[in-house]
Design a protein around this ligand. Structure first.
Ligand SMILES: Cc1ncc(COP(=O)(O)O)c(C=O)c1O
Length: 401
């Protein structure tokens, strides 16, 4: 990973502050540029929502609001509150995720959340009961666990026994029961089958299969219409720096073609993007506290590990790593250093699962006191980490723009 000279300087300046051993750097201009580009590219009936689980920091919520995303995809009451604090109104929130509590459903109904995405019969019945009590109606989408897998995804959420959504195999049995709940307004489908997809054609295949599903549903009853089709997220990020970036241009063109083929020009489509919008807006930076040789391999031990940045080990994927040299005084003569070799990178936690890179990393040069930088850390970074473990301090999140 190449770091620009200004970014290296920002990192050096931060690392030189007393006690500043681990921190995140965020640059929201990357996200802003991506939102603008997507809005220009996508067919006019495609709405872009920010899936704030990728990074709930207020700076990203503000950037999303200022760039006029349609709204925020929330998955908890906590996320809802943060989105409201950032200035989003409830009508700009869509609520997905399994296991919505009665309180969360009740809150969403009374506040006027735009759509609640039903993931089970229980949720449908519970919500309908609240609606009856409130003499209200609620727009819903039904989230489906489709019968297919998406090729080449980092994580597949479909095709197997799954807690997300209602199995496609049960949909035609459950649908009449949900439709009979007369306080729920069926507005369409939500099918988010996979995350981290780099090949546009794989993700477009998902869209095509969902369109076919919508058509099958509509053919069963001429009173049924899927006005809204929500594809979830899934736009991939090239963590391995293979040069195969996801192409939003090709996706937009392909989606437009599918909309034409299915004659769905009068429908509304929703994208809930998280990773694609924020991954390359963030860097996790942590001081190298120690380097030692263990049975012939260097162990590079940083101030923060999976407690601050758990994603690499949780998903068994290396993020790009760079070293910013700090030229600190030596701790003792003859201390170990890294020079053109493959090394282990980990943090200060007392277990061997605490890795910043699950696979050993080739490093040209690193000294104790230098700063290790993990790139593409703006999505699912701090928010997905177990920061309480060993009670180390929470890393500051520094916004540079
Ligand atoms: C329901 C839902 N929508 C959107 C997203 C965001 O997905 P991505 O980060 O792949 O864009 C997620 C991520 O888990 C999700 O669960």
């Amino acid at each position: 990973m190449l770091l620009s000279a200004p970014l290296s300087q920002v990192i050096r300046n931060q690392a030189n502050k007393p006690g500043m051993r681990s921190f995140y750097i965020y640059d929201t201009t990357v996200m802003r540029t991506k939102i603008r580009r997507l809005k220009a590219l996508m067919p006019k009936n495609v709405e872009i929502f920010y899936a704030m689980k990728a990074n709930p920091h207020i700076a990203f919520l503000n950037a999303a609001r200022e760039e006029n995303v349609q709204g925020i995809e929330i998955a908890s009451l906590g996320e809802a509150n943060k989105a409201l604090e950032a200035g989003f109104t409830p009508e700009r929130l869509i609520y997905t995720g399994p296991g919505k509590s009665p309180e969360e459903l009740h809150w969403s109904l009374t506040k006027g959340v735009r759509t609640i995405h039903i993931e089970s019969l229980t949720e449908a019945y519970r919500l309908n009961t609240f609606c009856q009590e409130q003499k209200a109606h609620q727009d819903i989408l039904i989230r489906v666990n489709p019968n297919f897998h998406i090729h080449g995804a980092q994580a597949n959420f479909s095709g197997d026994s799954n807690k997300l959504g209602i199995d496609e195999t049960k949909l035609y049995e459950f649908l009449p029961r949900i439709l009979a709940l007369d306080h729920l307004n069926f507005r369409g489908l939500h099918v988010y089958a996979a995350s981290g997809v780099l090949k546009v054609d794989d993700l477009l295949k998902n869209c095509e299969l969902v369109f076919a599903m919508a058509r099958t549903i509509e053919q069963k009853s001429n009173k049924l219409r899927c006005d809204i089709i929500d594809f979830g997220g899934g736009f991939g990020i090239d963590y391995l720096e293979s040069g195969n970036d996801f192409s939003p241009d090709a996706y937009a063109t392909g989606l437009q073609e599918l909309i034409r083929k299915f004659n769905f020009g009068d429908r509304q489509f929703v994208l809930e993007l998280g990773r694609y919008l924020t991954a390359d807006s963030g860097w996790y930076c942590t001081e190298i506290l120690d380097i030692k040789d263990s049975l012939g391999k260097k162990q590079v031990i940083c101030a923060g590990g999976s407690n601050h940045f758990r994603r690499p080990v949780a998903l068994n994927i290396n993020h790009p790593i760079a070293i910013v040299a700090m030229n600190r005084p030596k701790v003792f003569d003859g201390q170990e250093r890294v020079f053109n070799e493959k090394v282990f990178f980990g943090g200060p936690l007392c277990n061997t699962a605490d890795k910043l890179a699950p696979k050993d990393v080739y490093v040209e040069s690193a000294e104790i006191g230098d700063v290790a930088i993990l790139g593409l850390a703006g999505a699912y970074g701090l928010t997905m980490s177990h920061i309480e473990f060993l009670s180390h301090a929470r890393p500051p999140e520094i916004i540079i723009s």
